[in-house]
Design a protein around this ligand. Structure first.
Ligand SMILES: Cc1cc2nc3c(=O)[nH]c(=O)nc-3n(C[C@H](O)[C@H](O)[C@H](O)COP(=O)(O)O)c2cc1C
Length: 231
């Protein structure tokens, strides 16, 4: 089967691609309007990139009348946002935060989340989230125009907060304790546990049985010692 995207309407494109580009992590984005009203909204069109600096991007889509999401209005007005990482225990409230509340409703209260002050940006963090990223806008890039048009918000991560309970023996966050949630297609969600993870060390060199020109004195790609996974 082959589909040409230009032959499909926006909703059909979404319906065909979202079951395939999976799992998509969810950014629960907190922002403040210029008047100081708090806003929370989930975005699964979301990715991190780069390292120096560390960038992060999400993509609010305008509605069927071409109106921008409150989140986009807020980042355009203030240049700041917080990405709150979503765990399994949060998803019902995260889903609630996606309801189309009017711009003057504070969605922390509407969805039942607790505000926590940020260090270097004004939008508050979500206390129930085990990891939060304070970000400033780097660039806002519209793609398309009119109804259901996309806008990429690219941010730079300034400060990272991680719950102490997430830190593993090696001093880094343990994904298995985070139980991060993801979106799939339709109304499907997923989350990561130790049972559905696997560990695969990066190869050091191409295995010599696949290449005839690898010198025999190069280090071999011995697997790293297996880390014990938490609950
Ligand atoms: C898990 C999940 C992921 C979502 N991802 C996106 C997304 O990537 N882009 C988007 O425009 N809307 C997305 N939505 C819908 C928005 O969250 C929803 O339109 C929300 O009301 C926007 O809020 P705002 O107007 O306060 O910014 C998602 C909804 C859910 C439940």
């Amino acid at each position: 089967m082959q589909l040409t995207l230009a032959d499909l309407g926006p909703s059909q494109r979404h319906a065909w691609l979202t079951p395939l580009i999976v799992p998509r992590p969810i950014a629960l984005v907190s922002t403040l309007s210029a008047l100081g009203v708090g806003n929370l909204a989930p975005f699964s069109f979301f990715a991190m990139g780069g390292q120096s600096p560390q960038s992060i991007a999400f993509c609010p889509v305008s509605d069927r009348d071409g109106n921008p999401k409150d989140t986009l209005r807020n980042v355009l007005e203030t240049g700041e946002f917080v990405i709150n990482v979503v765990s399994r225990s949060m998803i019902e409230r995260v889903n609630q935060a996606s309801a189309p509340y009017p711009a003057d409703v504070d969605e922390f209260d509407a969805a039942g989340f607790t505000r926590m002050p940020s260090s270097v940006v004004k939008p508050p963090r979500v206390a129930e989230s085990l990891a939060q990223l304070e970000c400033k806008v780097f660039q806002i890039v519209p793609h398309g125009s009119g109804p259901q048009q996309s806008t990429w918000v690219i941010g730079e991560v300034l400060v990272l907060h991680v719950d102490d309970g997430l830190i593993a023996e090696d001093g880094l966050p343990d994904t298995t304790r985070l139980h991060p949630a993801a979106r799939l297609g339709r109304q499907e969600w997923a989350y990561v546990t130790a049972q559905n993870m696997l560990i695969l060390p990066r190869p050091v060199v191409v295995p010599s049985d696949l290449r005839s020109d690898v010198p025999s004195d190069l280090p071999s790609n011995k697997p790293a010692p297996r880390r014990t996974l938490g609950s």
